[in-house]
Design a protein around this ligand. Structure first.
Ligand SMILES: NC(=O)c1ccc[n+]([C@@H]2O[C@H](COP(=O)([O-])OP(=O)(O)OC[C@H]3O[C@@H](n4cnc5c(N)ncnc54)[C@H](OP(=O)(O)O)[C@@H]3O)[C@@H](O)[C@H]2O)c1
Length: 262
């Protein structure tokens, strides 16, 4: 894949996994990168780190349909098409369901799911004009195995999984590839308020994402072989998996309490 000519649109590229993906793409020769985020200041800092990139910084909130329209018209005016759409922006608010604010429950669905779907919808005409288009959706390990105290977040990430699968099949005649990334706990600003133990680096997630993009994988699942085994075990025998989770109940509550990055 020749990244030098690719037109790339990424949401949430100012920090964390999104920024690591930009770094990995830049290393591969990518230059034309449009970045979407709520803070223009944070995005502008990318230019210093990646001086040869032709960035387009688009201030916007993916949960706002008017901002999405502005994102699309900006890239349409600049390039006329998009080769790679990376739906990475996401937020989390964890804890016992009855203690999560209604606003956080709504915003997690609006940002993690509805915004991602709307941006994809409106980017489709631009992706269809590419010779080789890919949509990358960032879900979560919690989109494959739901865990207590992350119910609204896990629901949003499972929705991303199903949206990706449906779109992969829907877009097959257009040769637009759809890939989903499932990171586990990753050391980013999102995890600052979570008392998580060992975490992946955002660079590892980015490396696996780029490998998946080049190899046209459909799912990039982080967390190693144990994670794959857990996914199978949870699918085959959820009641047995419940027992495993039950043994970790107090520790999981402790870890999730106060985990909020909105
Ligand atoms: N870190 C983990 O452990 C982990 C694990 C599994 C999955 N994930 C997923 O990976 C993705 C990236 O997470 P991360 O850990 O890198 O998070 P992060 O460090 O908090 O970065 C999130 C990025 O998304 C942007 N963003 C947030 N809300 C937005 C909105 N409404 N509109 C536009 N941009 C928005 C942020 O910029 P602004 O704040 O300026 O808007 C920021 O650039 C998310 O989808 C997350 O759910 C993360």
């Amino acid at each position: 894949m020749n990244f030098e000519t690719k037109k790339i649109l990424i949401t949430g590229g100012s920090k964390g996994i999104g920024k690591a993906i930009i770094a990995a793409l830049y290393k591969k020769g990518a230059k034309d990168i449009a970045v979407v985020g709520r803070s223009l200041e944070k995005m502008k800092a990318l230019q210093e780190e990646f001086p040869n990139a032709n960035f387009e910084f688009i201030q916007g909130d993916v949960s706002k349909p008017e901002d999405i329209k502005n994102v699309i018209s900006s890239v349409q005016n600049k390039w006329g098409f998009v080769d790679i759409l990376i739906n990475n922006a996401g937020v989390v608010s964890a804890g016992k369901l009855d203690e999560i604010e209604d606003e956080d429950i709504i915003a997690q669905q609006n940002i993690n799911v509805t915004g991602l779907i709307l941006l994809t919808k409106h980017a489709l005409p631009l992706l269809k004009m590419s010779e080789e288009a890919t949509i990358i959706n960032v879900s979560s390990g919690l989109g494959l195995i739901a865990m207590p105290f992350y119910a609204p977040y896990a629901a949003s990430k499972a929705a991303v999984k199903h949206f990706s699968e449906a779109m992969r099949r829907e877009l097959e005649p257009f040769k637009i590839h759809v890939m989903t990334v499932y990171p586990t706990a990753t050391d980013t600003p999102m995890m600052k308020t979570a008392s998580s133990g060992e975490m992946d680096s955002p660079e590892l997630v980015a490396t696996k994402t780029i490998e998946g993009l080049i190899n046209k994988e459909i799912d990039v699942i982080l967390g190693g072989p144990q994670r794959i085994e857990d996914n199978k075990a949870n699918f085959k025998n959820p009641l047995e998996f419940d027992k495993k989770v039950s043994g970790m109940y107090a520790a999981m509550l402790d870890r999730a309490s106060g985990h909020r990055s909105m």
